[in-house]
Design a protein around this ligand. Structure first.
Ligand code: SF4
Length: 530
């Protein structure tokens, strides 16, 4: 295109933007002849100014979910949020946003897949549902953002109140509770992980940069720019300081195996690299959700840094008890939760535990999956020979007695195959893929009565049928939270704030259950027929 044509095209485009498309621009003379003239279109006038009457109450329909959320939140005691409000009637100062509005805004936003305070601020300017909630006011992103992560106790109290309302409405029975964990990505990039040494160097550099900002001549930068730089440096130093503290925490937990290989994220130091459902690894948090099977209401939620679920069953049941003042009669969980300790613990608390049968070592299948062992080579497939005190593997090789181990007042007897047998075995890849210098080992533990009872129970069709229901109930809220609410990655950083965001999502999910099962069937119908 020549420069003259380009100028013309640019002018044409600008004119069209102002005046709308030119009449008949795209039609040939032949077409005009057939039609008897150029076609006419509705004009687009972008230069007009006009007043529009808006009936705010009618911005949304009677059965719109924004009304349901507003109504539901209005039933709650929000005194946990009002205690810290400084603005009082009759005195100067900017009034606070009402907690009913802020909670309704966040709950409605999550239910629509919006998790960003900035996006809500924009929606307050143009979306009828947000405008109805705010009465056409615009709540700024800063206030929304602070409200989401402040008031931990008030938010937990809100979650408990919602459970009390749903329970009073007959939506929670605690007869059967499913527990499941889901990994949600942290707000940290995979390449933000650094060694302790690198973080110490970065802290030193950050200090030098702060000193450089302090010594900068005043006239060189405006006061505002200097303040912004200082704030950015301070926040960076705080994050790096938190990352260093995280190394100490990992050492205390005993999670540091090789100091040089241990890495912590500099953007979200509390995030941990976890295995994802697609098989990859990413910085994440493990979100534990307990769901009441009667109506799929979430009765407890927790966020932890542990990548596995073995140790999360007891805290999950504890949370259900704290939230509802009652112990669930039955807990159903997948193989990741099945361990001897959990079986014994649930039995002692009077909670019936349903899960896939554990192997003879009292571990569920996940420990094998982690090591790449195929089900045909789980230790339950090895045959014990009491006469020779040895085991025979599925390929007929002998595992000889190696020694005994006493742990947690239990005695385990260890047996091992000859290295030469395993190295030459065609099934090595399915049986003990990680063993490079030893043969496959298994343990025989004198079985606890609780474990024997559990194993026997899980052979029955009744228990298996209950377990089959697990996936549908337990995974429904996880699916909603990730697919419908869009919470595949946290919008906030740090364990505490991630815990709060998970609570917001679960609280919203529960309100959605109420809308679906109660408001849509009772409230909206009553309003419509009034
Ligand atoms: S790898 Fe060793 S223990 Fe496993 S099946 Fe082969 S010979 Fe037996």
């Amino acid at each position: 295109m020549g420069s003259e044509q380009a100028v013309l095209a640019g002018w044409t485009s600008a004119q069209e933007q102002r005046d709308g498309p030119r009449d008949g621009a795209a039609f040939s003379e032949k077409e005009e002849g057939e039609r008897g003239g150029k076609p006419r279109f509705e004009p687009i006038d972008r230069e007009q100014l006009f007043w529009r009457m808006v009936d705010v109450e009618r911005l949304v329909a009677e059965d719109h979910p924004a009304r349901a959320i507003w109504e539901f939140v209005g039933e709650l005691d929000l005194s946990g949020y009002t205690g810290e409000i400084r603005a009082v009637e009759g005195k100067a100062g900017r009034p606070a946003w009402h907690p009913q509005l802020m909670i309704s805004l966040w709950a409605y936003a999550y239910s629509q897949g919006v998790g960003s305070a900035r996006a809500i601020e924009q929606l307050c300017q143009c979306d009828p549902a947000y405008q109805w909630l705010t009465g056409t006011a615009v709540v700024n992103a800063h206030s929304l953002s602070d409200f989401r992560v402040e008031h931990d106790e008030a938010l937990k109290g809100l979650f408990v109140q919602i459970l009390a309302l749903l329970s009073a409405d007959g939506l929670i029975t605690l007869e059967r509770v499913m527990q499941d964990g889901t990994k949600i990505r942290a707000s940290a990039a995979s390449d933000s992980f650094r060694s302790q040494e690198r973080i110490e160097q970065a802290i030193k550099q950050a200090r030098e940069q702060v000193e450089a900002v302090d010594q900068m001549p005043q006239e060189e930068s405006s006061r505002r720019v200097v303040k912004a730089r200082e704030r950015a440096q301070r926040e960076r130093q705080e994050r790096l300081g938190s990352a260093l503290k995280e190394f100490e925490k990992l050492k205390t937990e005993g999670s540091v195996k090789e100091k040089k290989k241990t890495r912590v994220s500099t953007t979200d130091p509390e995030a941990r690299v976890m295995k994802q459902p697609d098989g990859g690894f990413a910085p994440s948090y493990n979100v534990q959700v307990n769901t009441d099977a009667a109506n799929a209401v979430i009765v407890a939620v927790g966020v932890v840094q542990a990548g596995n679920d073995f140790e999360q069953l007891r805290p999950g049941v504890d949370k259900v008890e704290q939230n509802l003042g009652e112990t669930p009669a039955q807990v159903v969980a997948d193989g990741g939760y099945v361990s001897r300790d959990n079986i014994v613990e649930m039995k002692s608390r009077g909670v019936e535990f349903i899960g896939p049968p554990c192997d003879e070592q009292g571990k569920g299948k996940s420990s094998y999956e982690g090591r790449g062992v195929s089900p045909e080579y789980y230790s339950s497939r090895f045959v014990y020979d009491a006469a020779t005190n040895s085991f025979h593997c599925p390929n007929g090789k002998t595992l000889h007695y190696e020694g005994k181990e006493e742990r947690n007042s239990q005695v385990s007897y260890k047996y091992r195959a000859a290295m030469a047998d395993c190295q030459a075995c065609p099934a090595k890849g399915q049986c003990c893929p990680g063993n490079q210098v030893t043969g496959r080992a298994i343990q025989r533990t004198e079985e606890l009565p609780e474990v024997a009872e559990f194993r026997q129970k899980m052979q029955t069709e009744q228990a298996r049928e209950i377990y089959r229901q697990r996936a549908q109930v337990a995974e429904t809220p996880n699916l909603w939270i990730k697919a419908k609410f869009g919470l595949r990655q946290f919008n906030v950083r740090g364990l505490r704030k991630a815990g709060m965001e998970a609570l917001w999502a679960c609280l919203t999910y529960n309100i959605c259950v109420w809308i679906r099962l109660r408001w849509r069937t009772e409230g909206a119908v009553a309003t419509a027929t009034a």
